[in-house]
Design a protein around this ligand. Structure first.
Ligand code: BES
Ligand code: MN
Ligand code: ZN
Length: 501
């Protein structure tokens, strides 16, 4: 498994002058005085002056470089990263500041970074978020460029704290792993569909699971047929590539009771729309229609590495959506494994079809609580843009649990309604339901369709059509996939103590 970084982050409580690295990255708050940070003399008052004349305003993610004194300082360069007002320094802000600093350092060819923690009392979760952010900053999206890179790989990481405690070291290691598993998912989402076919996605999942000790089972087209998964088979019919259903299991030793978390990720390795074909403009983006599936594979990897205390099942239905000669056509009726019949009005609404069979199978395998992640609807992008994922969940307490974790992990989401009246838009004249409900409330009717397959279990659905892929490059997130939901899903497997009985 390629990792982007030397596999070790070190926590140090050495004094700043004694820290040896290529660059010292220091978050700077609005209210900071360089003197109080012990940086005034070492920067020959350049930082103080830059703050005074407001050349450097310490706005979030703003960067200011200056040399450090050669007199007693081991590190030559200082990168001050704006962190905004101290009161707004949440773990999410700290994570992004760390990513921004790491990316900027690497772009300058500096791969040995030392990052100074700025939270009150070296809060361990803040340190975890910083480690996540640094690791996210190690990601390179240019796998297929043949020219030499001019960015440095992240070679060495030190986290500078007031006191290097075990709690901090553990938090940093947790963050390092969560960041690495996010990058693993990003690499998958970045792969083109001619490389990452459903079979290849399954092979990569198997490889990852073997590395970390997860049980894994890949159902091929025959076993999918035996289970009568007519919705998944229906979508796969138009493609020359056979579908796969990836089944990953985390079974902590000795745990035979308690809840079983079921994680389901949409794994459409390319979505042409099928016979209801999409316009050419922007269609290349549909290689990332498996970002939800990548999120689940990455989360399962983290769950194993971090030894989550509960049982977890990860499911990824993987297929292409193509308009081949055998493709399903508008008006066709499919019967899913649950027995429900679906009139396919639009073959481009394929995600909900394959997820219907996968949600049913998660219940068959004993899942008690469900979360799915899917690049499901353009309508969700219209509703919430590219900043916030739609969260569709029931009952309320489960929605709250999932939302709290997503907020903490930096996967922005906002709750959307699931009033039963919306289901009327899916009513079919001829089958149990249609697969589309018209233009109004398009992301909600998609969620209502999924809900039909959840058997009344606590269930949460993230529509990440707008958020899985960043369209413009930001200081803390280059253009491309961001490893959506990996940290949220993995951490959820540690929260069962807070779940309602
Ligand atoms: N994969 C798409 C949704 C999507 C759109 C993801 C934009 C990322 C960016 C999904 O399969 C789809 O095509 N949805 C249709 C549903 C419609 C036919 C009801 C859509 O949103 O247009
Ligand atoms: Mn589609
Ligand atoms: Zn799709």
């Amino acid at each position: 498994m390629p990792t982007d970084v030397a596999n070790q982050f070190r926590v140090t409580d050495a004094s700043l002058p004694a820290v040896a690295a290529d660059v010292l990255i220091v978050p700077i708050f609005d209210e900071d005085q360089p003197a109080s940070l012990g940086l005034a003399a070492a920067t020959a008052d350049i930082l103080t002056e830059a703050r005074r004349v407001r050349e450097f305003k310490a706005k979030p993610y703003e960067q200011f470089w200056t040399p450090l004194s050669t007199d007693g300082w081991e590190t030559r360069r200082l990168l001050a990263v704006g962190a905004g007002a101290k009161a707004d320094y949440t773990p999410d802000r700290a994570r992004k500041v760390a990513t921004a600093g790491t990316l900027a350092a690497r772009q300058r060819g500096l791969g040995r970074v030392a990052f100074v923690l700025r939270s009150v009392n070296d809060d361990p979760y803040d340190a975890q978020a910083v480690a996540e952010g640094i690791q996210l900053g190690a990601f390179d999206a240019d796998t297929y460029k043949t020219a030499a890179r001019d960015t440095a790989p992240l070679a060495e990481v030190q986290i500078v704290a007031r006191r290097a405690t075990d709690a901090l070291a553990n938090a940093v290691e947790r963050g390092r792993i969560l960041g690495d598993c996010s990058n693993f998912a990003r690499r998958l989402a970045n792969e083109p569909s001619n490389v990452l076919t459903p079979r290849e996605l399954a092979d990569r999942a198997v490889q990852s699971c073997r590395e970390v000790g997860l049980d894994v089972d890949v159902l091929d087209e025959n076993r999918i047929a035996q289970l009568k998964m007519g919705l998944l088979m229906g979508v796969a019919r138009g493609s020359a590539e056979p579908p796969r259903l990836i089944v990953m299991r985390h079974n902590p030793p000795g745990v035979t009771t308690g809840p079983i978390l079921g994680l389901i990720g949409k794994g459409v390795t390319f979505d042409t729309g099928g016979i209801s074909i999409k316009p050419a403009d922007g269609m290349e983006r549909m290689k990332d229609d498996m970002a939800g599936g990548a999120g689940v594979i990455g989360a399962m990897r983290a769950i194993a590495l971090l030894k989550a205390p509960m049982r977890v099942i990860g499911l990824v239905p993987a297929t292409e959506n193509m308009p081949g000669g055998k493709a399903i056509k508008p008006g066709d009726i499919l019967t899913g494994a649950s027995g429900k019949t679906v009139e396919v009005i639009n073959t481009d609404a394929e995600g909900r079809l394959i997820l219907g069979d996968a949600l049913w199978y998660a219940r068959e395998l004993g899942a008690t609580h469900l979360v799915d992640v899917a690049t499901l609807t353009g309508a969700c992008v219209v509703a919430l843009g590219k900043i916030t994922a739609g969260l569709f969940a029931t009952p309320q307490w489960w929605s709250d649990v999932v939302r709290r974790q997503a907020d903490r992990s930096g996967d922005r989401c906002w709750p959307m309604p699931l009033f039963e009246e919306y289901a009327e838009q899916l009513r079919s004249e001829i089958a149990d339901m249609m697969n589309v409900g018209g233009r109004p409330a398009g992301s909600i009717t998609a969620a209502m369709f999924l809900k039909e397959f959840t058997g009344g279990l606590p269930w949460a659905h993230f529509d990440v059509a707008g958020t899985a892929w960043q369209e413009d490059s930001k200081p803390y997130q280059p253009k491309g996939p961001n490893g959506i939901a990996v940290r949220t899903l993995a951490e959820l497997a540690f929260t069962s103590g807070e779940w309602a009985k």
